[in-house]
Structure formats: structure tokens, C-alpha cells
Design a protein around this ligand. Structure first.
Ligand code: PGA
Length: 250
């Protein structure tokens, strides 16, 4: 059975003191383990602290990004080895903000994915169409090519370490959410595409999260869809009460 996952992407929010407050509130509120696996992704400077704070809890820690090279002259960057050396074995790759503001392409992401896999990491791989692409009825083709370019040269065994996060760009941070039907339609398409490229088994086993303005008020309906296995949560993950409510929405 594929895992249900609720992951909080804190983006560039929360200093160390604020992170401490949020983490202890979360530990308290998520004492009764939700049905979903819960992950938080604080910024790099808070990762080690978060990992230590969450030891012994059921909450996992992920990084928001990493560099594709093993090491070297890449000022300001963070490697897979640096992350795993502090215990962080999950990384978000391909977030639309990385693609839009930092020029990350499918080809670059394929390299990052390869490096993360080499270090035995789990990857939360984000992708999704922009508003114009949906308006032009191009969203299925866009999503298919994002998957194909970045992931479809992987061996089928690598898919055990991949979690997908479908995040339509028009729904991220905008308050506008895909309807549960739109999410289900795309998630089913993604599963079919993977099944055609690999096998039905690979497609059935991969968790596909939805991201884009998920809130306590809409999480239940979205997560109830058969091909939606959880969510990647931005804004609402910065508040313990709302993130815990989302995590308990299954
Ligand atoms: P949002 O962000 O929940 O604030 O829309 C989602 C994301 O960027 O992963």
C-alpha cells in the first residue's frame, strides 16, 4: 500500500527561535500519530536543529533543495552528503519557485535526482503546469513532459524512493485551489503515464501528493480522492494548528 504523506514546505520562513516554537507545537498537536506520515521542510540553517528536536517523534525532516554536485566550488550551495551527514534523507526537488526564480530545468532536475538517489535519499519531486498552459488545455502534455524529462530514465527500482507532488503553479500561494476533481483527474493521468512508462505496479506504489493552497477547510475533500495520497503544504504549514488539522484530514 502506498504511503499517505503530508509534508510542510516552510520555504524561506521561520528563524531558529520561530522554528523551535512551531516544532514544539507540532509535536504536541501530533502526539496522536495521524494516519499520514508527516514531514516538515525547514530552511537549511534550521535543518540540524529540527532533526534533533524531532528525534523520537514520528515527524520527519526534509530539505527544500540541494545541489547536484558532490562537492566543490559552488558558493552558497548544499550537497547531498551535507544533508545526509546530519540525518536528513529526504529532499524536495523541482519546486515551482526553484524552477521560476532559480532557472531549474527538467534536465538539471534529472541530475539532482540522480545525485539524491546515489545518496539513497527520498525525493519529493514537484511539477505542475502554469495557468496559461491550463487555459490552453496543455496541462496534461506539460506534466507528462516534466515527468518524462526528469524521471523516466530511472530504473523502476528507483521509484521506491520517489514521491510525486503535483502542484499546479496557478494554485501555489494564490488561495486558488484545484478542485478535488481537477486534482483527481491529473493524479489519475500521472498514474496512467507512469504505468505506461513502467508497470502498473510501479504506478500503484508511488505516492502522489497534491500541492497548492491546501487548507484545513479543503484538505479532507482533496485527500478523499482515490489517487491523491496527501499534500505538500506551503502557507498553512507555518501554523501548527492548521498543519496538524491538515495532517489529520485522512
Ligand atoms: P501553498 O504552497 O500551500 O502556500 O499554496 C504549496 C507549495 O508551494 O508547496
Amino acid at each position: 500500500m502506498r504511503a499517505k504523506i503530508v509534508a510542510g514546505n516552510w520555504k524561506m520562513n521561520k528563524n531558529i527561535a520561530d522554528s523551535g516554537v512551531l516544532l514544539s507545537e507540532l509535536k504536541e498537536k501530533l502526539k496522536e500519530t495521524p494516519e499520514a506520515k508527516v514531514i516538515v521542510a525547514p530552511t537549511f540553517t534550521n535543518l540540524y536543529y529540527a532533526f534533533e528536536e524531532l528525534k523520537g517523534s514520528d515527524i520527519d525532516v526534509a530539505a527544500q533543495n540541494m545541489h547536484q554536485a558532490e562537492s566543490g566550488a559552488f558558493t552558497g550551495e548544499i550537497s547531498a552528503d551535507m544533508l545526509t551527514s546530519i540525518g536528513v534523507t529526504t529532499v524536495i526537488l523541482g519546486h515551482s519557485e526553484r524552477r521560476a526564480y532559480f532557472g531549474e530545468t527538467d534536465e538539471l532536475l534529472a541530475e539532482k535526482v540522480a545525485t539524491a538517489l546515489k545518496h539513497n535519499m527520498t525525493i519529493i519531486f514537484c511539477f505542475g503546469e502554469e495557468l496559461e498552459e491550463r487555459k490552453d488545455n496543455n496541462h496534461f502534455a506539460v506534466v507528462e513532459s516534466q515527468l518524462k524529462n526528469a524521471l523516466f530514465s530511472l530504473d523502476s527500482s528507483a521509484w521506491k524512493q520517489i514521491v510525486l507532488a503535483y502542484e499546479p503553479v496557478w494554485a501555489i500561494g494564490t488561495g486558488e485551489t484545484a478542485t478535488p476533481e481537477q486534482a483527481q483527474e491529473m493524479h489519475a493521468f500521472i498514474r496512467k503515464t507512469i504505468s505506461e512508462a513502467y508497470t502498473a505496479e510501479v504506478a500503484e506504489e508511488v505516492s502522489i501528493l497534491y500541492g497548492g493552497s491546501v487548507k484545513p477547510a479543503n484538505a479532507k475533500e482533496i485527500f478523499a480522492k482515490p489517487d491523491v495520497d496527501g499534500g505538500l503544504i506551503g502557507g498553512a504549514s507555518l501554523d501548527a494548528e492548521s498543519f496538524a488539522a491538515i495532517a489529520n484530514s485522512f
